[in-house]
Design a protein around this ligand. Structure first.
Ligand code: PLP
Length: 283
């Protein structure tokens, strides 16, 4: 049985209870993090803690813990759930429990929830299918908010369209990101990903990929990508903590280039796997 952390206690998931008046439940007034754990090591911990802290700041919730306290909680949750296999940590912080009023001026205590589960790894080495879709989300996509209904609907549309795993989102003619991933395209040997301008989540895997490519001397630019450029790209990749870096080989039912993962993707994947084994390669 999985052991979770909830508001200061470690307990079986079946016994973990949150009030129906929790603002995470009534208003989705909450943010979250997903952090991979490979071979018992928490991957890019500081980067995930920094984003958690930024998101809390953005929604005006005081971070309930120091980085050290967060790390202690993560370590304890992992210890109580046997860390043998690759796992992920899920962290959620809501503003707390209050009457159902949009604004509550009382001093609320945030609800803090942490769980861990094994990564269900799928073999995407031959690439995946994606669709394009209008970006139907709100404007503050740099905040990792739990209000994920648009993303859920977008994922459903992708699956219904042609068994695709992701919807690549288009806003005013430009690519933003996937419903739950960041997007790279390759044009003339240059990897390009949209800038972090608030219309995308500052993905930890995205940032790592940019760093790894540049470290290896490969060209990588952070700049805008039009829908036309996406559709004419030599390669398309998706990045996220749960996917790593995967190649999109089919877009809206049509092959991307020759319909196989591209040359640069193979290098990106190799770099990512090497970093997973030995993060010190970047230092
Ligand atoms: C909208 C969105 N963009 C990008 C990402 C990738 O972020 P990360 O690499 O930090 O997992 C996610 C991850 O869930 C996401 O939901």
């Amino acid at each position: 049985m999985s052991i979770v952390y909830l508001n200061g206690k470690y307990l079986p998931v079946e016994e973990a209870r949150v009030s129906v008046l929790d603002r995470g439940f009534t208003f989705a007034d909450a943010i979250y993090e997903v952090i991979p754990v490979y071979g018992g090591h928490i991957f890019r911990l500081q980067e995930h803690l920094d984003r958690l802290n930024n998101c809390l700041n953005e929604i005006l919730i005081d971070n309930p813990f120091s980085d050290e306290c967060w790390q202690d909680i993560f370590t304890e949750v992992l210890k109580r759930n046997q860390t043998g296999s690759d796992r992920s940590l899920y962290v959620q912080v809501s503003r707390g429990v209050s009457e159902r009023e949009h604004l509550d001026d009382s001093d609320l205590t945030p609800t803090v929830f942490v769980m861990s589960r094994p990564v269900i790894s799928k073999d995407y080495s031959d690439g995946v299918s994606a669709i394009t879709h209008d970006d139907i989300r709100w404007k503050y996509c740099h905040i990792k908010a739990t209000a994920l209904l648009p993303s859920v609907l977008l994922k459903q549309r992708a699956r219904q369209a042609n068994g695709a795993i992701e919807a690549i989102l288009i806003k005013n003619g430009y690519v933003t990101e996937g419903a739950s991933s960041n997007v790279f395209v390759v044009r003339d040997g240059v990897a390009i990903t949209p800038e972090k301008d608030g219309s995308v989540l500052p993905g930890v895997t995205r940032d790592l990929m940019v760093e790894l490519l540049r470290w290896k001397g490969l060209s990588c630019e952070e700049t805008s990508i039009t829908e036309t450029q996406l559709k004419a790209a030599d390669e398309i990749w998706l990045t996220s903590s749960t996917l790593g870096v995967v190649a999109v080989v089919e877009l809206n039912g049509a092959a991307v280039a020759d319909g196989k993962p591209g040359k640069l993707w193979h290098k990106a994947e190799e770099l990512y796997q090497a970093f997973k084994i030995d993060p010190s390669i970047l230092s």
